[in-house]
Design a protein around this ligand. Structure first.
Ligand code: KDG
Length: 315
């Protein structure tokens, strides 16, 4: 296995009409979860991935499992829990440019994730563990599961990759700060955005954000800068990789998860750090051109074609 990840995937409903959701009559149903977005992106590029999670033993749980499994991600470590439902959320487009997220995920099956759901033998021989700051926000037991997954990763020589992914609706700012910093102390690779740097360290300067995570113990930090590209630092070696120009950003959600997939894909293929970061930028760009978190993600051939254009040049 190349990459395993632990986290919740939910049903996502988006009203087809704009405006307050009380007026909405029809919805598009998709599946969405930061960790599975990354795993699916990697699987499409031909890498072996596995997902550790829980869904309800309900129709939504079946739909999520069918979709994730159908993308070629191993779901042997995702259980269907008969006692709790699959989490859901709504993406209300109040008006163009104003999106509100309404979660219905309290007491979801995935929020009941605990250390009991982690099987050490599943970690053996795996290269990377991918975790985000969403899972520890779900519950006390899910937070414990994250720390236990890090422990198992260290014991089995996995590289721990952490995307802080702040979700202020799920926990208090002080709880979030404390837990995210604690996780970052154990991460080998950290993939923050500028807003996360601002939240955790009070700066949106990419260099200062990277330095702060390096001081906590990371060996590689890649700061995502949206369509501008990404800044990376390994202490002595630093650099900036420009982003790819896209004709129109149709749906920015999922860009960071896709970036992680591209970066990890490059690292697995033994690319240099700048080339792996470039692959991350390309995956992020391809994700935002299509509605849905991961629907726009390519296979390796299409990715190569997309990347053969010069960054910042029209496609
Ligand atoms: O990155 C996109 C996902 O984070 C989103 O679609 C759903 O995982 C999600 C969350 O917790 O908000």
């Amino acid at each position: 296995m190349d990459v395993i990840a632990l986290g919740e995937t939910m049903m996502q409903f988006t009203p087809e009409s704009e405006g307050l959701m009380r007026h909405a009559a029809t919805y598009t149903a998709k599946i969405a979860g930061a960790e599975t977005n990354t795993l699916i992106g990697l699987a499409r590029l031909g890498h072996n991935t596995g997902w550790i999670s829980k869904v309800g033993n309900d129709e939504f749980g079946h739909k999520i499992l069918m979709a994730v499994r159908g993308e070629g991600v191993d779901t042997s470590q995702t259980r269907m829990d008969p006692s709790f439902p699959t989490g859901t959320f709504f993406k209300e487009i109040v008006r163009e440019g104003e999106v509100r997220i309404q979660y219905y995920r309290e007491n979801s099956a995935a929020s009941k994730l605990s250390t009991d759901d982690l099987d050490e033998s599943y970690f053996a021989g795996v290269k990377y563990l991918f975790i985000t700051g969403i899972t520890p926000a779900l519950s006390k037991s899910a937070k414990e599961a994250i720390f236990y997954s890090i422990e198992l990763a260290k014991k089995n020589d996995l590289i721990v990759v952490f995307d802080p992914n702040i979700r202020k609706k799920l926990w208090s700012e002080s709880e979030a700060k404390k837990a995210l910093i604690e996780i970052a102390k154990h991460a080998d690779i950290v993939l923050p955005g500028k807003s996360e740097g601002d939240f955790l360290f009070g700066t949106d300067d990419p260099k200062q954000i990277a330095d702060s995570f390096l001081r906590l113990g990371a060996s590689l930090v890649v700061v995502k800068l949206g369509d501008k590209g990404a800044y990376y630092s390994q202490r002595k070696t630093t650099g900036f990789v420009p982003g790819f120009k896209v004709p129109k950003i149709v749906d920015p959600v999922g860009a960071g998860d896709s970036f992680a997939a591209g970066l990890l894909s490059g690292l697995i293929d033994n690319e240099s750090i700048p080339d792996a970061v470039k692959r991350g930028c390309a995956m992020g760009a391809m994700a935002v051109m299509v509605k849905g978190d991961y629907e726009g993600l390519p296979d390796k051939k299409r990715l190569k074609q997309f990347m053969s254009q010069d960054p910042q040049e029209d496609i």
